[in-house]
Ligand binder design. Structure first.
Ligand code: ZN
Ligand code: ZN
Length: 307
């Protein structure tokens, strides 16, 4: 599917330039009046909704079908993922399924190893994997090919066509919360800034770190054909997504942090959804598969969380 130059420029402005400007504006704002407790709470709540929406909704449920869930939860997860402003779910899932199929080989939309292993080539590759691919990709993954299952779902189609409204909601929600909390227009503006602009800029760079950092640095305790890796600080910020190595072994597994000490709040939340009866049929890690794919030099897989 060809992408017109105008549209690619739009991606660049919305996805890269605006968030960086927001971050740059945040610095004097931080020194000028600082972020108050009200805006901090709103920004953190919006951050958690966005990241869980991407990790549990867009990624584990819609892209990899790691668990099934009831319709209200499915719609809520789709909306939460939409708050991250990373595009409609079909677009996201199509690119990501292609990433798994060709991971770190020709055809991968965002491999940091695209230009080679050398210092400068890797630096260029990391920039490409982090943000560059939004702009340089001359073709988007064809949705009819990669996500026919999602296109067949009327809820998903409705969400896709209502996506501009969802994007507006991502700013309207924090602004309204700030206005109602403070009962003032200042409350609206500062919450729009921190909970809207700054929050989405941070959410973007955090989620993109999985593509750039967690395919370059960190440990690889499992055998895979690609260079997916585990990076603790990325995992913390992404609520579990930075345990990327096992994820490439078994993409449909609901838990990414499968080794001892690998905190995976997204998996924990899916477990809670299961207990509440909202989610079912989750694929939890199989200890036999774990040890079979473990690199021989690595220590044992004891202490694996149950799910
Ligand atoms: Zn990956
Ligand atoms: Zn994945």
């Amino acid at each position: 599917m060809a992408v017109a130059t105008g549209r690619r420029t739009l991606y660049l402005v919305v996805l890269v330039i605006l968030p960086v400007l927001a971050l740059a504006a945040a610095v004097p704002a931080l020194w000028g009046w600082g972020i108050g407790p009200r805006d901090a709470v709103i920004a953190v709540v919006m951050y958690l909704i966005s990241i869980f929406g991407i990790a549990i909704g867009y990624h584990r449920h819609f892209t990899h079908r790691a668990f099934r869930c009831r319709r209200p939860l499915r719609i809520a997860l789709m909306l939460a993922g939409g708050m991250a402003l990373e595009g409609p779910v079909t677009l996201w899932a199509a690119e990501h399924r292609r990433h798994h199929k060709y991971a770190d080989r020709p055809g991968d939309p965002h491999s940091p190893w695209r230009y080679g292993d050398g210092g400068l080539a890797l630096l260029r590759g990391m920039a490409h994997a982090h943000v560059g691919w939004f702009y340089t990709a001359r073709h988007r993954s064809r949705r009819q090919r990669w996500v026919p299952d999602l296109l067949a779902d009327p809820d998903v189609r409705r969400f896709d066509s209502a996506y501009p409204a969802v994007a507006v909601l991502s700013f309207l929600l924090p602004a309204m919360a700030g206005g109602l909390w403070a009962m003032s227009w200042t409350g609206v503006w500062t919450a729009l800034f921190w909970g809207g602009l700054v929050r989405y800029a941070v959410v973007h760079h955090v989620t993109w770190s999985v593509n750039s950092i967690a395919h370059t640095f960190g440990e690889r305790p499992f055998t895979t054909r690609d260079r997916s890796s585990n990076v603790r600080w990325v995992a913390l910020l992404t609520l579990g997504e930075g345990w990327h190595n096992w994820h490439h072994v078994e993409p449909s597994c609901a838990r990414h942090g499968v080794l001892k000490g690998q905190l995976d709040p997204s998996a924990r939340l899916i477990r809670w959804f299961e207990r509440a009866g909202w989610a079912y049929g989750a694929h939890w890690p199989d200890p036999a598969r774990l040890s079979a794919r473990r690199r021989s030099s690595a220590p044992g897989t004891e202490g694996m969380p149950a799910g």
